[in-house]
Design a protein around this ligand. Structure first.
Ligand code: SF4
Length: 380
């Protein structure tokens, strides 16, 4: 499966939209799991890959593959192997599987080890049992250390843990304790996200009816974000993206493709892709997804992005990186000078202490990370 390839290999995202049960805070596209529903879905996923291969066989050159969901760890090892075999995978490729903590068992890992997956992203979310209950997660914190040890014993040396902060009724001191327990687990990578709720989510309804305390206000959320950055950096994790932290050399190579606006192929219901100059999103609806593929169609509703849109996307995504955007990369992609184009806005945001710039790069100041969307909006 692995080959040396020219650099034109893509990041590939495969969406597996099935879960054993619905978490009350979730707004991702996912359906109740059954083996027959997943098998039917996989047939369509392979069909989508077939159609892309007809469009351009080079689209199946992969340098990263990311199985996301949903709960992609519901896939059998044979399913993962069959999907990976569809791609010409560069040597040393990063292949990530999001995994439910409860599926980290010896028999499961024994099978998983036969697949090319070499990075695990564990949906841990919290090491506080009351928070896990609030989030409808079925695992409990005491189960986690032995399961991570089990992953290590099977040779997984690139593990990412998800953490959600800003939960109802949470505070900085609780978060600090949670962070301490995350750091003790010694993952290579931590993704930390502020809880945001869709109004129609089960957890939002519980908050509305007073069964659950409200979400922290914005000042408390900002204080938690500061504690998060400080706690993880003190624990030896480099802050490389607004919400992502890692040990040296362990940044998510797949997600870096998104932040650097590099092309990626998205496959599966609700998956998005970026094949310059086209952006597309597959339907977040299984029937519509199947119908589209039955009709032999890919790139549904693909939008051809103008150069101006591409520049805006490049800045929006790139400024999420702590290192910021490279002025010369911008010049080589778009043939124009970022500083000349945005000089007055850059000057204003630098004077407000929200942006930092030097000859080579433009980046958010650490004070601007938590309010990045509005600062980037000002720049655009
Ligand atoms: S496991 Fe993940 S995708 Fe599935 S319902 Fe829970 S949060 Fe949503």
């Amino acid at each position: 499966m692995e080959q040396d390839l020219p650099p034109r290999a893509l990041a590939v995202y495969l969406h597996i939209p099935f879960c054993l049960s619905r978490c009350g805070y979730c707004s991702f596209f996912s359906q109740p799991y059954s083996k027959s529903a997943l098998d039917a879905y996989l047939r369509f996923l392979h069909r989508e890959i077939d159609l892309f291969a007809v469009q351009d066989p080079d689209l199946l050159n992969a340098r990263t593959i990311y199985f996301g969901g949903g709960t992609p760890s519901l896939l059998e090892a044979e399913d993962i192997i069959a999907l990976c075999r569809r791609f010409r995978i560069t040597s040393g490729a990063e292949i990530t599987l999001e995994i439910n903590p409860l599926q980290i068992t010896e028999p499961h890992l024994e099978k998983l080890r036969q697949t090319p997956v070499n990075r695990l992203s564990i949906g841990l979310q919290s090491m506080d049992d009351s928070e896990l209950a609030l989030l409808d997660r079925r695992h409990r914190s005491g189960q986690i250390p032995p399961r991570i040890a089990l992953c290590r014993s099977f040779g997984y040396n690139n593990i990412s843990l998800d953490l959600i902060y800003g939960l109802p009724g949470s505070d900085v001191s609780g978060l600090k304790e949670n962070l301490r327990r995350f750091v003790t687990l010694e993952p290579e990578h931590i993704s930390a996200y502020l809880l945001t709720l869709e109004a129609d989510s089960e957890l939002a309804r519980k908050i509305g009816s007073g069964l659950v305390p409200p979400l922290p206000d914005e000042d408390e959320q900002a204080a938690q974000y500061d504690a998060l950055c400080a706690g993880l950096q003190a624990g030896g994790y480099g802050h490389y993206e607004i919400s992502n932290f890692c040990r040296p050399g362990k940044a998510s190579r797949h997600n870096l493709s998104y932040w650097k606006s590099e092309p990626y192929l998205g496959l599966g219901a609700s998956a998005s892709g970026w094949l310059p100059p086209f952006r597309y999103t597959d339907p977040a609806d299984l029937d519509a997804y199947y119908k589209q593929l039955d009709a032999g169609k890919i790139l549904p509703g693909a939008e051809k992005c103008s150069t101006e849109q591409q520049k805006a996307d490049f800045l929006m995504m790139g400024l999420r990186l702590v290192a910021g955007v490279d002025r010369y990369e911008y010049q080589s992609r778009f043939g124009t000078d970022l500083y000349a184009e945005k000089q007055s806005r850059i000057d204003k945001l630098v004077s407000l202490g929200l942006l930092e710039s030097d000859q080579n790069s433009l980046r958010l100041s650490p004070e601007a990370f938590f309010v990045s969307n509005s600062v980037i909006g000002e720049l655009l």
